[in-house]
Design a protein around this ligand. Structure first.
Ligand code: GAF
Length: 374
Protein backbone atom coordinates (compact mmCIF):
# COMPACT_ATOMS: atom_id res chain seq x y z
CA UNK A 1 0.00 0.00 0.00
CA UNK A 2 1.44 3.40 -1.01
CA UNK A 3 -0.11 5.20 2.01
CA UNK A 4 -2.26 8.33 1.85
CA UNK A 5 0.47 10.87 0.92
CA UNK A 6 0.15 10.75 -2.92
CA UNK A 7 -3.63 11.07 -2.97
CA UNK A 8 -3.60 13.86 -0.34
CA UNK A 9 -1.09 15.80 -2.44
CA UNK A 10 -3.21 15.31 -5.56
CA UNK A 11 -6.38 16.25 -3.64
CA UNK A 12 -4.83 19.59 -2.70
CA UNK A 13 -3.98 20.18 -6.37
CA UNK A 14 -7.44 19.42 -7.78
CA UNK A 15 -9.43 20.98 -4.91
CA UNK A 16 -7.20 23.88 -3.75
CA UNK A 17 -9.95 25.53 -1.70
CA UNK A 18 -11.02 22.37 0.17
CA UNK A 19 -10.00 21.44 3.70
CA UNK A 20 -7.73 18.49 4.56
CA UNK A 21 -9.21 15.23 3.24
CA UNK A 22 -9.88 11.94 4.94
CA UNK A 23 -8.73 8.91 2.94
CA UNK A 24 -10.03 5.36 2.49
CA UNK A 25 -8.81 2.42 0.44
CA UNK A 26 -10.21 -0.85 -0.89
CA UNK A 27 -8.26 -3.61 -2.67
CA UNK A 28 -8.79 -5.35 -6.00
CA UNK A 29 -8.60 -9.13 -6.04
CA UNK A 30 -7.34 -12.11 -7.91
CA UNK A 31 -9.56 -15.17 -7.82
CA UNK A 32 -7.50 -18.33 -7.30
CA UNK A 33 -10.37 -20.71 -8.08
CA UNK A 34 -14.18 -20.84 -8.02
CA UNK A 35 -15.13 -18.94 -11.17
CA UNK A 36 -18.73 -18.10 -12.06
CA UNK A 37 -19.83 -19.93 -8.94
CA UNK A 38 -20.69 -16.90 -6.78
CA UNK A 39 -24.03 -16.04 -8.42
CA UNK A 40 -24.82 -19.77 -8.28
CA UNK A 41 -24.40 -19.51 -4.49
CA UNK A 42 -21.37 -21.78 -4.57
CA UNK A 43 -17.78 -21.47 -3.27
CA UNK A 44 -15.02 -19.09 -4.31
CA UNK A 45 -11.41 -18.63 -3.22
CA UNK A 46 -10.23 -15.10 -4.04
CA UNK A 47 -7.36 -13.11 -2.54
CA UNK A 48 -7.37 -9.33 -1.99
CA UNK A 49 -4.24 -7.82 -3.57
CA UNK A 50 -1.98 -4.80 -3.20
CA UNK A 51 -3.52 -3.01 -6.21
CA UNK A 52 -6.21 -0.81 -4.74
CA UNK A 53 -8.55 2.12 -5.08
CA UNK A 54 -8.06 5.14 -2.78
CA UNK A 55 -10.74 7.77 -2.15
CA UNK A 56 -10.04 11.17 -0.56
CA UNK A 57 -12.90 13.40 0.52
CA UNK A 58 -13.46 16.65 2.38
CA UNK A 59 -16.68 18.50 3.23
CA UNK A 60 -17.38 21.51 1.05
CA UNK A 61 -19.98 24.29 1.10
CA UNK A 62 -22.84 24.05 -1.34
CA UNK A 63 -25.41 21.44 -2.07
CA UNK A 64 -23.26 19.29 -4.30
CA UNK A 65 -21.41 15.95 -4.36
CA UNK A 66 -18.43 16.57 -6.65
CA UNK A 67 -16.24 13.68 -7.84
CA UNK A 68 -13.04 13.48 -9.89
CA UNK A 69 -11.52 10.19 -11.08
CA UNK A 70 -7.77 10.49 -11.64
CA UNK A 71 -7.55 7.19 -13.52
CA UNK A 72 -10.27 8.24 -15.98
CA UNK A 73 -9.40 11.96 -16.04
CA UNK A 74 -13.11 12.70 -15.65
CA UNK A 75 -15.30 14.53 -13.22
CA UNK A 76 -19.02 14.69 -12.40
CA UNK A 77 -21.29 16.30 -9.85
CA UNK A 78 -24.79 15.87 -8.49
CA UNK A 79 -27.09 18.06 -6.39
CA UNK A 80 -27.48 16.35 -3.03
CA UNK A 81 -31.28 16.60 -3.23
CA UNK A 82 -31.30 14.76 -6.57
CA UNK A 83 -29.38 11.70 -5.33
CA UNK A 84 -32.37 9.52 -4.30
CA UNK A 85 -33.92 9.96 -7.77
CA UNK A 86 -30.83 9.55 -9.95
CA UNK A 87 -31.10 7.50 -13.16
CA UNK A 88 -28.19 5.66 -14.83
CA UNK A 89 -26.55 7.55 -17.72
CA UNK A 90 -24.73 4.58 -19.25
CA UNK A 91 -21.24 5.96 -18.56
CA UNK A 92 -18.49 5.80 -15.89
CA UNK A 93 -20.37 8.18 -13.59
CA UNK A 94 -23.01 5.47 -12.94
CA UNK A 95 -20.52 3.66 -10.71
CA UNK A 96 -20.27 6.76 -8.49
CA UNK A 97 -23.93 7.75 -8.68
CA UNK A 98 -24.95 4.15 -7.95
CA UNK A 99 -23.11 4.11 -4.62
CA UNK A 100 -24.59 7.45 -3.52
CA UNK A 101 -28.05 6.32 -4.66
CA UNK A 102 -27.77 2.96 -2.87
CA UNK A 103 -26.60 4.60 0.36
CA UNK A 104 -29.50 7.09 0.13
CA UNK A 105 -31.87 4.13 -0.41
CA UNK A 106 -30.55 2.74 2.89
CA UNK A 107 -31.27 6.00 4.69
CA UNK A 108 -27.73 7.44 4.69
CA UNK A 109 -27.53 11.23 4.26
CA UNK A 110 -24.86 12.13 1.73
CA UNK A 111 -23.07 15.31 2.80
CA UNK A 112 -21.92 17.97 0.31
CA UNK A 113 -18.26 17.19 -0.38
CA UNK A 114 -15.37 17.07 -2.82
CA UNK A 115 -14.14 13.58 -3.69
CA UNK A 116 -11.03 12.35 -5.48
CA UNK A 117 -10.76 8.74 -6.63
CA UNK A 118 -7.40 7.28 -7.56
CA UNK A 119 -6.87 3.60 -8.37
CA UNK A 120 -3.99 1.32 -9.26
CA UNK A 121 -6.29 -1.58 -10.21
CA UNK A 122 -6.18 -1.85 -14.04
CA UNK A 123 -9.56 -1.04 -15.57
CA UNK A 124 -11.24 -4.02 -17.24
CA UNK A 125 -8.27 -6.19 -16.25
CA UNK A 126 -10.28 -8.83 -14.41
CA UNK A 127 -8.78 -7.79 -11.06
CA UNK A 128 -12.01 -6.26 -9.89
CA UNK A 129 -11.42 -2.57 -10.44
CA UNK A 130 -15.15 -1.82 -10.09
CA UNK A 131 -15.59 -3.57 -6.74
CA UNK A 132 -12.51 -1.81 -5.33
CA UNK A 133 -13.94 1.49 -6.57
CA UNK A 134 -17.43 0.78 -5.21
CA UNK A 135 -16.27 -0.42 -1.80
CA UNK A 136 -13.80 2.45 -1.28
CA UNK A 137 -16.44 4.99 -2.26
CA UNK A 138 -19.17 3.39 -0.14
CA UNK A 139 -16.82 3.53 2.82
CA UNK A 140 -15.93 7.16 2.11
CA UNK A 141 -19.52 8.36 1.59
CA UNK A 142 -21.33 6.07 4.00
CA UNK A 143 -19.00 5.91 6.98
CA UNK A 144 -17.81 2.82 8.90
CA UNK A 145 -20.13 -0.17 8.50
CA UNK A 146 -20.00 -3.87 9.02
CA UNK A 147 -17.80 -5.41 6.23
CA UNK A 148 -20.62 -7.64 4.94
CA UNK A 149 -23.02 -4.70 4.75
CA UNK A 150 -20.38 -2.63 2.99
CA UNK A 151 -19.91 -5.40 0.40
CA UNK A 152 -23.67 -5.61 -0.03
CA UNK A 153 -23.97 -1.84 -0.60
CA UNK A 154 -21.34 -1.98 -3.35
CA UNK A 155 -22.90 -5.06 -4.94
CA UNK A 156 -26.42 -3.62 -4.84
CA UNK A 157 -25.19 -0.44 -6.57
CA UNK A 158 -23.63 -2.58 -9.28
CA UNK A 159 -26.74 -4.74 -9.72
CA UNK A 160 -29.62 -2.34 -9.19
CA UNK A 161 -28.16 0.91 -10.55
CA UNK A 162 -25.41 0.03 -13.03
CA UNK A 163 -27.35 -3.08 -14.07
CA UNK A 164 -24.66 -5.80 -13.85
CA UNK A 165 -26.13 -9.02 -12.31
CA UNK A 166 -22.86 -9.88 -10.51
CA UNK A 167 -22.25 -12.19 -7.56
CA UNK A 168 -20.83 -11.14 -4.16
CA UNK A 169 -17.26 -12.43 -4.55
CA UNK A 170 -15.45 -9.25 -5.59
CA UNK A 171 -17.02 -6.91 -3.07
CA UNK A 172 -16.80 -9.50 -0.28
CA UNK A 173 -13.08 -10.09 -0.63
CA UNK A 174 -12.48 -6.35 -1.00
CA UNK A 175 -13.98 -5.86 2.48
CA UNK A 176 -12.87 -9.14 4.12
CA UNK A 177 -9.39 -9.62 2.62
CA UNK A 178 -6.55 -10.63 4.96
CA UNK A 179 -2.84 -9.96 4.67
CA UNK A 180 -1.08 -13.25 3.95
CA UNK A 181 -4.16 -15.35 3.12
CA UNK A 182 -6.77 -16.00 0.45
CA UNK A 183 -10.42 -16.21 1.53
CA UNK A 184 -12.56 -19.33 1.09
CA UNK A 185 -16.14 -18.07 0.92
CA UNK A 186 -19.44 -19.90 0.80
CA UNK A 187 -21.63 -17.53 -1.24
CA UNK A 188 -24.86 -18.99 0.17
CA UNK A 189 -24.16 -18.69 3.91
CA UNK A 190 -21.38 -16.02 3.72
CA UNK A 191 -19.27 -18.27 5.96
CA UNK A 192 -15.62 -17.75 5.21
CA UNK A 193 -12.16 -18.67 6.41
CA UNK A 194 -8.62 -17.65 5.54
CA UNK A 195 -6.55 -20.08 3.46
CA UNK A 196 -2.79 -19.65 3.63
CA UNK A 197 -0.78 -20.64 0.60
CA UNK A 198 2.42 -22.71 0.90
CA UNK A 199 5.45 -20.44 1.59
CA UNK A 200 7.34 -21.40 -1.56
CA UNK A 201 4.47 -20.32 -3.85
CA UNK A 202 3.88 -17.00 -5.63
CA UNK A 203 0.62 -15.92 -7.21
CA UNK A 204 1.17 -14.07 -10.47
CA UNK A 205 -1.50 -12.29 -12.52
CA UNK A 206 -0.86 -11.76 -16.23
CA UNK A 207 -3.01 -9.15 -17.94
CA UNK A 208 -3.86 -10.01 -21.55
CA UNK A 209 -4.54 -6.29 -22.12
CA UNK A 210 -7.72 -7.16 -24.04
CA UNK A 211 -11.35 -6.97 -23.00
CA UNK A 212 -13.67 -8.33 -25.66
CA UNK A 213 -16.99 -6.48 -25.93
CA UNK A 214 -18.87 -9.72 -25.74
CA UNK A 215 -18.01 -9.88 -22.03
CA UNK A 216 -20.95 -7.97 -20.51
CA UNK A 217 -23.74 -9.51 -22.55
CA UNK A 218 -22.20 -12.99 -22.24
CA UNK A 219 -21.97 -12.59 -18.44
CA UNK A 220 -25.66 -11.74 -18.28
CA UNK A 221 -26.47 -14.70 -20.52
CA UNK A 222 -24.46 -17.10 -18.34
CA UNK A 223 -26.40 -15.93 -15.28
CA UNK A 224 -29.66 -16.67 -17.12
CA UNK A 225 -28.44 -20.01 -18.49
CA UNK A 226 -27.53 -21.15 -14.97
CA UNK A 227 -30.95 -20.12 -13.69
CA UNK A 228 -32.52 -22.14 -16.55
CA UNK A 229 -30.40 -25.20 -15.72
CA UNK A 230 -31.38 -24.93 -12.03
CA UNK A 231 -35.03 -24.69 -13.03
CA UNK A 232 -34.74 -27.84 -15.19
CA UNK A 233 -33.27 -29.69 -12.21
CA UNK A 234 -35.86 -28.30 -9.83
CA UNK A 235 -33.29 -26.75 -7.49
CA UNK A 236 -33.14 -23.18 -6.16
CA UNK A 237 -29.61 -22.65 -7.48
CA UNK A 238 -26.89 -24.73 -9.14
CA UNK A 239 -25.19 -24.87 -5.75
CA UNK A 240 -27.73 -27.55 -4.92
CA UNK A 241 -27.12 -29.58 -8.09
CA UNK A 242 -25.01 -32.74 -7.68
CA UNK A 243 -22.82 -34.57 -10.19
CA UNK A 244 -25.18 -37.58 -10.43
CA UNK A 245 -28.06 -35.34 -11.58
CA UNK A 246 -26.15 -33.90 -14.53
CA UNK A 247 -27.30 -36.83 -16.71
CA UNK A 248 -30.80 -35.32 -16.61
CA UNK A 249 -29.51 -32.37 -18.68
CA UNK A 250 -28.18 -31.98 -22.20
CA UNK A 251 -26.86 -29.23 -24.48
CA UNK A 252 -26.12 -25.78 -23.01
CA UNK A 253 -27.77 -26.38 -19.60
CA UNK A 254 -25.59 -29.49 -19.16
CA UNK A 255 -22.38 -27.64 -20.03
CA UNK A 256 -23.08 -24.69 -17.73
CA UNK A 257 -24.24 -26.87 -14.83
CA UNK A 258 -21.30 -29.26 -15.24
CA UNK A 259 -18.88 -26.36 -14.92
CA UNK A 260 -20.54 -25.05 -11.76
CA UNK A 261 -20.87 -28.46 -10.09
CA UNK A 262 -17.27 -29.50 -10.84
CA UNK A 263 -15.86 -26.04 -10.03
CA UNK A 264 -17.38 -26.11 -6.55
CA UNK A 265 -15.64 -29.45 -5.96
CA UNK A 266 -12.36 -28.05 -7.31
CA UNK A 267 -12.51 -25.16 -4.82
CA UNK A 268 -12.64 -27.65 -1.94
CA UNK A 269 -9.84 -29.72 -3.47
CA UNK A 270 -7.68 -26.62 -3.89
CA UNK A 271 -8.29 -25.41 -0.33
CA UNK A 272 -7.50 -28.87 1.12
CA UNK A 273 -4.32 -29.09 -0.99
CA UNK A 274 -3.24 -25.60 0.17
CA UNK A 275 -3.73 -26.67 3.76
CA UNK A 276 -1.50 -29.73 3.42
CA UNK A 277 1.06 -27.82 1.30
CA UNK A 278 0.50 -29.67 -1.98
CA UNK A 279 1.05 -27.17 -4.83
CA UNK A 280 0.92 -29.90 -7.51
CA UNK A 281 -2.69 -30.70 -6.62
CA UNK A 282 -3.56 -26.99 -6.34
CA UNK A 283 -2.14 -26.52 -9.83
CA UNK A 284 -4.08 -29.50 -11.24
CA UNK A 285 -7.33 -28.06 -9.92
CA UNK A 286 -6.52 -24.71 -11.58
CA UNK A 287 -5.73 -26.33 -14.93
CA UNK A 288 -8.99 -28.29 -14.84
CA UNK A 289 -10.82 -25.10 -13.90
CA UNK A 290 -9.48 -23.32 -16.96
CA UNK A 291 -10.42 -26.18 -19.29
CA UNK A 292 -13.92 -26.24 -17.83
CA UNK A 293 -14.28 -22.45 -18.26
CA UNK A 294 -13.02 -22.78 -21.83
CA UNK A 295 -15.01 -25.83 -22.96
CA UNK A 296 -18.13 -25.99 -20.79
CA UNK A 297 -18.68 -22.42 -19.65
CA UNK A 298 -17.27 -20.89 -22.85
CA UNK A 299 -15.92 -17.66 -21.34
CA UNK A 300 -12.28 -17.90 -22.44
CA UNK A 301 -10.69 -16.39 -25.54
CA UNK A 302 -7.59 -17.01 -27.69
CA UNK A 303 -5.43 -14.58 -25.66
CA UNK A 304 -6.26 -16.17 -22.29
CA UNK A 305 -5.83 -19.73 -23.62
CA UNK A 306 -2.45 -18.72 -25.04
CA UNK A 307 -1.25 -17.20 -21.74
CA UNK A 308 -2.36 -20.31 -19.85
CA UNK A 309 -0.75 -22.79 -22.24
CA UNK A 310 2.47 -20.73 -22.39
CA UNK A 311 2.70 -20.57 -18.59
CA UNK A 312 2.20 -24.31 -18.24
CA UNK A 313 5.36 -24.94 -20.30
CA UNK A 314 7.51 -22.91 -17.88
CA UNK A 315 9.42 -24.98 -15.27
CA UNK A 316 8.18 -24.20 -11.74
CA UNK A 317 4.61 -23.33 -12.79
CA UNK A 318 2.04 -25.54 -11.03
CA UNK A 319 -1.14 -24.18 -12.55
CA UNK A 320 -2.68 -21.37 -14.59
CA UNK A 321 -6.21 -20.33 -15.43
CA UNK A 322 -8.27 -17.33 -16.44
CA UNK A 323 -9.45 -15.26 -13.46
CA UNK A 324 -12.58 -13.10 -13.22
CA UNK A 325 -15.42 -12.96 -15.71
CA UNK A 326 -13.35 -13.99 -18.78
CA UNK A 327 -13.29 -12.77 -22.41
CA UNK A 328 -10.00 -11.01 -21.66
CA UNK A 329 -8.53 -9.55 -18.49
CA UNK A 330 -6.07 -11.65 -16.51
CA UNK A 331 -4.83 -15.16 -16.00
CA UNK A 332 -3.67 -16.27 -12.55
CA UNK A 333 -0.59 -18.46 -12.20
CA UNK A 334 0.65 -20.52 -9.28
CA UNK A 335 4.41 -20.67 -9.44
CA UNK A 336 7.50 -21.49 -7.38
CA UNK A 337 8.96 -18.17 -6.11
CA UNK A 338 12.30 -18.67 -7.82
CA UNK A 339 10.54 -19.30 -11.16
CA UNK A 340 8.65 -15.96 -11.21
CA UNK A 341 11.24 -14.17 -13.38
CA UNK A 342 11.31 -17.03 -15.89
CA UNK A 343 7.52 -17.01 -16.10
CA UNK A 344 7.41 -13.26 -16.62
CA UNK A 345 10.02 -13.38 -19.39
CA UNK A 346 8.30 -16.30 -21.17
CA UNK A 347 4.86 -14.70 -21.05
CA UNK A 348 6.09 -11.32 -22.27
CA UNK A 349 8.14 -12.61 -25.20
CA UNK A 350 5.69 -15.27 -26.42
CA UNK A 351 2.59 -13.08 -26.05
CA UNK A 352 4.25 -10.16 -27.83
CA UNK A 353 5.23 -12.43 -30.69
CA UNK A 354 1.74 -13.93 -30.96
CA UNK A 355 -0.52 -10.93 -30.27
CA UNK A 356 1.70 -7.84 -30.60
CA UNK A 357 0.89 -6.64 -27.07
CA UNK A 358 2.88 -6.67 -23.85
CA UNK A 359 1.08 -8.37 -20.97
CA UNK A 360 1.30 -6.59 -17.61
CA UNK A 361 2.59 -8.93 -14.92
CA UNK A 362 1.61 -8.47 -11.26
CA UNK A 363 3.14 -10.56 -8.50
CA UNK A 364 0.23 -10.54 -6.06
CA UNK A 365 0.55 -10.01 -2.31
CA UNK A 366 -2.43 -11.13 -0.21
CA UNK A 367 -3.70 -7.90 1.35
CA UNK A 368 -6.10 -6.65 4.00
CA UNK A 369 -9.66 -5.59 3.22
CA UNK A 370 -10.93 -2.02 2.92
CA UNK A 371 -9.91 0.47 5.61
CA UNK A 372 -9.59 4.13 6.50
CA UNK A 373 -6.04 5.50 6.07
CA UNK A 374 -6.48 8.92 7.65
C1 GAF B 1 -17.04 -10.97 -12.20
C2 GAF B 1 -18.20 -10.79 -11.24
F1 GAF B 1 -18.28 -9.50 -10.81
C3 GAF B 1 -18.08 -11.74 -10.05
O1 GAF B 1 -19.23 -11.62 -9.23
C4 GAF B 1 -17.91 -13.19 -10.53
O2 GAF B 1 -19.11 -13.71 -11.01
C5 GAF B 1 -16.81 -13.28 -11.58
O3 GAF B 1 -16.99 -12.35 -12.63
C6 GAF B 1 -16.71 -14.66 -12.19
O4 GAF B 1 -16.34 -15.60 -11.22
O5 GAF B 1 -15.83 -10.61 -11.58
Amino acid sequence: MAGPAPIVKRFREVYPSSGEPRVWRAPGRVNLIGEHTDYNLGRVLPMAIQLECAVATAAFDGNVLRVISDQLSRGAQWRIDDIPNLEPQGDWSDRVAGIAWELARRGVTIEPQNVLISSTVPLGGGLSSSAAFGVALALALGGARDPLELAQVARAAEMDFVGVPCGIMDQFVSTHGQAGAAILLDCRSFEFRPVKLPQEIAVVAANSMVKHDLGNSAYRRRVEECADAARLLGVASLREATADRLKELSGVPLKRARHVVTENIRVERFAAAAQRGDPEEMGRAMIESHRSLRDDYEVSCAELDFLVETALEVPGVFGARLTGGGFGGCTVNLVRREAVNGLEAALISSYRAAFGRTPEIHVCAASAGASQLI
